[in-house]
Design a protein around this ligand. Structure first.
Ligand SMILES: Nc1ncnc2c1ncn2[C@@H]1O[C@H](COP(=O)(O)OP(=O)(O)O)[C@@H](O)[C@H]1O
Ligand SMILES: [Mg+2]
Length: 484
């Protein structure tokens, strides 16, 4: 056994190790203490110096060295000065099953680094959701982590990180591997137009991937949504209307049904029509402002009075077949993106409520736009009760702190990448499935692609590394070639 440290003291969640000289332990690293056939997995959460020598003597010795007075290694350096690591026990593995550790590893136990074989207890679920490779500090093991997609996806996934830490890269990897199977229909709202082209390199993309865009490239479909597909409730929590404006909308909806929007926009506000307004108890000024607001929200090439009649139904179909449907909204405003998202998400959610169907998941970037305190829209409804109907969110954000606590707590799986902002780390840690209160420093120090997965469905907060997407795609293409 290649010993890297030894237990020298501490308590259950705060065990003290002495690091062997020459072995550099890292924050977040997993170590193993063997105890007969059982193993205890321990995770490093802090590193500090230890010394047998009084501080004053150390300072004096440092002075001698710095000033080059003495070059003699006067105090058996490796023996008397060392690094201490604080670790916590995260899993007790016995007979191939991991449970929460309730006992301490033996005092003075020797520890080694984690190896692939130590993770044999990680399951290989039937409906896998790829969640990176196991990471040990900054060392990436050749062991992919698969969570059970049927558990994880309907109970929401939060992908949280500072900007540039690899959120989009991670979601690309995750979606790419989802294209291998068709157990879940995934709707991706893509405001930066970064997913469709990337995913198109997948060998199954031809039948498993559908992409819509106002300006479609190779393999894409033109995104057009007919006015008749828009319902008053699609706007709720997306475009804000006054009470009077809302009443006006509903008056038109009751009278004209699917033509409500066309009728409002076509209304010629002039003296001649006064009797009609009076009959409907409508105010001219309200209608005027409402027309302006609606025109603004619909002022782009996506919404159409003529085309796009089957778009919403076509997308629903594709999702029911377990496809990944990417909607490029890079050319439209954030409000329009959310309106498009709201139309499609409403459709998914309403159909799911009518009866059991295929599992669905909706990917939304900058999720606090729709999951803020007080927001009442289809996304917040899905966050609260989507699990009952097998509809989940994959919510991506830099600002988890803006998402209400109860919604955060409802997201059963959190993929936590690096984050320099303390308030953001605290919001995530405060709502994680495991106690991560000691891991703030570790999270602050995570590099691109390095993540911690904290989930109700994992035995402990699992350190993982997501590869660079281009490498995943290249590797898959290579494998494909070998088999064909
Ligand atoms: N795991 C990774 N390994 C290597 N490079 C990465 C990794 N994740 C992201 N990157 C690179 O970092 C940059 C930012 O990644 P991105 O996923 O767009 O970040 P975010 O969405 O969090 O802003 C991209 O150039 C991407 O290729
Ligand atoms: Mg991004």
């Amino acid at each position: 056994m290649n010993v890297v440290a030894q237990i020298v003291g501490g308590q259950h969640a705060d065990i003290l190790l002495r690091q062997k000289s020459g072995e550099d332990l890292e924050l977040g690293e997993l170590l193993v203490a063997e105890n007969g056939s059982a193993k205890i997995l321990l995770q490093v959460f802090d590193l500090l110096y230890g010394s047998q020598i009084q501080p004053e003597a150390l300072q004096w010795a440092s002075g001698l060295q710095l000033e080059d007075v003495s070059k003699s290694g006067f105090m058996e350096e490796q023996l008397r000065n060392y690094v201490l690591a604080k670790v916590k026990a995260v899993a007790h593995v016995k007979n191939g099953v991991a449970v929460t550790p309730k006992t301490l590893p033996r005092f003075f136990s020797s520890l080694r680094r984690l190896e692939n074989e130590d993770l044999a207890f990680l399951e290989n679920p039937e409906k896998p959701l790829y969640a990176g490779n196991v990471r040990c500090g900054s060392r990436c093991l050749d062991k992919a982590v698969f969570l059970d997609g049927t558990q994880v996806l309907p109970t929401h996934v939060l992908v949280a990180a500072g900007t540039g830490k690899g959120k989009s890269n991670l979601v690309k990897c995750l979606l790419y591997r989802l294209l291998d199977s068709n157990y879940c229909g995934v709707l991706v709202l893509d405001p930066h137009n970064e997913y469709a082209d990337a995913l198109r390199s997948h060998p199954h993309a031809g039948k498993q991937l559908v992409s819509y865009s106002p300006k479609p490239g190779r393999g894409g479909i033109t995104l057009r949504i007919n006015y008749k597909s828009l319902k008053p409730w699609h706007f709720s929590g997306i475009v804000s209307f006054t009470e009077a404006q809302n009443e006006t909308i509903w008056t038109y909806y009751k009278e004209f049904k699917n033509d409500w929007l066309t009728e409002i926009l076509a209304e010629d506000i002039s003296e001649k029509l006064q009797p009609r307004f009076e009959r409907r108890a409508l105010k001219e000024e309200t209608l005027r402002v409402l027309q302006r607001k609606l025109e603004l929200a619909l002022r782009n090439s996506v919404f159409s009075t003529e085309g796009g009649k089957t778009t919403v139904a076509d997308i629903a179909h594709a999702l029911d077949d377990g496809k990944v449907v990417v909607i490029d909204t890079s050319g439209v405003s954030s409000d329009t993106e959310l309106l498009i998202g709201s139309i499609l998400a409403n459709d998914v959610f309403e159909k799911a409520k009518q009866g059991p169907g295929k599992l669905k998941s909706i990917v939304i970037e900058e999720a606090p736009r729709v999951l803020r305190e007080g927001s009442s829209n289809v996304f917040s409804s899905i966050a609260r009760e989507g699990r009952k109907f097998s509809v989940g969110l994959i919510a991506i954000t830099q600002l988890a702190s803006l998402i209400p606590r109860e919604v955060l707590a409802n997201m059963n799986t959190k993929i936590i990448l690096g984050n320099e902002m303390r308030a953001e780390r605290e919001a995530i840690i405060g709502s994680a499935a495991q106690d991560l209160s000691d891991d703030s420093k570790t999270i602050a120090g995570l590099d691109k692609g390095e993540a911690i997965i904290s989930s109700v469905y994992t035995k402990f907060a699992l350190p993982v590394q997501f590869p660079k997407f281009e490498d995943v795609a290249k590797k898959a293409a290579g494998t494909q070639k070998r088999f064909t």
